[in-house]
Design a protein around this ligand. Structure first.
Ligand SMILES: Cc1ncc(COP(=O)(O)O)c(C=O)c1O
Length: 451
């Protein structure tokens, strides 16, 4: 049990009406000079962060259940990560791993290779962002198999550069206006148990998708011998925090192995311990041929990794590279991040996830606008509906809840059209988890009264 002073130090403290005067000015300047393509939900203007707390430019302190889109895995400015960044920045900031060597790059690659399952040794390609990890996976899959076609899933989000955007099928607005994308990409339904495209339950929804893949796609659309890779998020992130059933992932693995197709697992959002294991796919026990990770890998420094079986990542010098990818400061941050995650944060994510689910799993019975609560560890989605029977989506109500939570000092983001996503830093404790639950319960109660 925390004392009142301890609680005060780790929970939100609002000093002004929101947005405060300084925040208002920053938002106005931003509107004038910054690309309007960003999707800001509410006017948080961040100034400083520590652990799971964010202070804005007016001295308001928020509890952060967004973590910079699931990035700040070790919390904001974890002292071990800050020290590693400061030390490296004072020694060497850039050298380019494309042309030269530095020790950290190989050390991090070795460590990442060991935490991706499978007996075969791994090799790692470093980029700066999730989309670059996916671009590398697309190119590598084509290069390694000499096949061209790719299969992805409805609802998936793999990035916004033109290659990964060709896979992304999350929102039409993300593709609109950008013309013809990469050829050879086929989309199939995702086993979204709450909204099973075949009208089935969580147990059988996945097998229907497998039947569709083998019976329809392989028979009518693309011979499996032409398919380089199937790419999947084991828990869809931007699509609405939707987990794929374990049995489905195992079946998918069986199918790809049968046809020499590579299994690419996109763990950009679900990886780095967020679900209580290193990878969300570890919960199913599958062994990807290629795994993409980014977001939580370096606690906020830009870095991504495409990790593949060594016999798959066997491309020739010049086939793929990046000036900045794997820069020494990001790598130092990642090495420190791995230490901190291994030092107890992955276990904390598992425990806090269970704690949150214990308090939230009865929400559909208690709140008429909650259709589904799902996820793993600290990757939790709450789907907001207008009607539990018809499952009619309630995107405006979801956005209203995000705003209300902000006004109460809790930062949460949306995912998909109508889901509230909980993706806090892995450092949260029970008091912080309970504050988030209480705040969202208040929002849901007010939502039911108002709407
Ligand atoms: C699963 C997944 N893949 C790829 C990306 C793209 O990452 P980035 O925005 O760093 O390019 C994201 C971003 O949200 C993601 O969630």
């Amino acid at each position: 049990m925390s004392t009142a002073t301890e609680l005060k130090a780790k929970l939100p403290r609002l000093a002004t009406a929101l947005p405060g005067p300084n925040a208002k000015k920053a938002v106005e300047r931003d509107a004038q000079f910054v690309s309007p393509s960003y999707t800001r939900e509410y006017p948080l203007v961040a100034k400083a962060g520590r652990g799971a707390l964010i202070e804005d430019v007016d001295g308001n302190v928020f509890l952060d259940f967004a973590a910079g889109i699931a990035v700040c895995s070790t919390g904001h400015c974890h002292p071990q990560v800050v020290a590693a960044i400061q030390k490296q920045a004072a020694e060497l900031i850039h050298m380019s791993g494309t042309d030269f060597y530095y020790e950290g790059m190989a050390r991090l690659a070795e460590r990442l290779g060991h935490i991706v399952p499978g007996a075969e040794a791994k090799r790692v390609y470093f980029g700066n962002s999730g989309t670059e990890a996916v671009e590398a996976a697309i190119k590598l899959a084509r290069y390694a198999t000499r096949r061209e076609k790719l299969i992805a899933f409805y609802g998936c989000f793999h990035g916004r550069t033109l290659g990964s955007l060709s896979l992304t099928a999350s929102r039409a607005a993300q593709r609109k206006g950008f013309g013809t994308l990469l050829g050879g990409v086929i989309h199939i339904p995702y086993p979204y148990a709450y909204r099973c495209p075949y009208g089935h339950t969580a147990d059988t929804c996945g097998s229907e998708v497998i039947e569709f893949l083998e019976g329809e796609i392989f028979e009518r659309m693309a011979d499996p011998e032409e398919i380089a890779a199937i790419i999947i998020e084991p828990i869809q992130g931007e699509g609405g925090y939707v987990p794929a059933p374990k049995a489905f992932l195992l079946e998918l693995q069986r199918v790809v192995r049968k046809h020499g197709i590579l299994l690419v697992v996109d763990e950009v959002q679900s990886g780095m311990g967020r679900t209580g294991k290193w990878w969300a796919s570890d919960h199913a026990g599958i062994q990807p041929d290629i795994l993409c990770t980014a977001k939580g890998i370096a606690s906020g420094m830009p870095l991504s990794a495409t990790i593949a079986r060594a016999s798959v990542m066997n491309w020739k010098p010049g086939a793929h590279a990046s000036t900045f990818g794997g820069n020494p400061v990001s790598i130092a941050a990642a090495l420190a991040t791995l230490d901190v995650l291994e030092g107890g944060l992955i276990e904390n994510a598992r425990r806090m996830g269970e704690h949150l689910f214990a308090k939230m799993s009865d929400w559909p019975a208690r709140f008429s606008n909650v259709g589904d609560v799902r996820g793993k560890g600290l990757m939790i989605g709450v789907e907001i509906v207008r009607d539990q029977e018809t499952k009619e989506k309630a995107p405006e109500l979801r956005n209203w809840i995000l705003h209300k939570a902000f006004e109460k000092g809790l930062l949460v983001l949306g995912a998909g059209e109508n889901t509230v996503r909980l993706a806090p830093p892995l450092v949260i404790d029970e008091d912080q988890a309970d504050f988030a639950v209480r705040t969202l319960e208040e929002c849901l109660t007010e939502a039911a009264e108002k709407h």
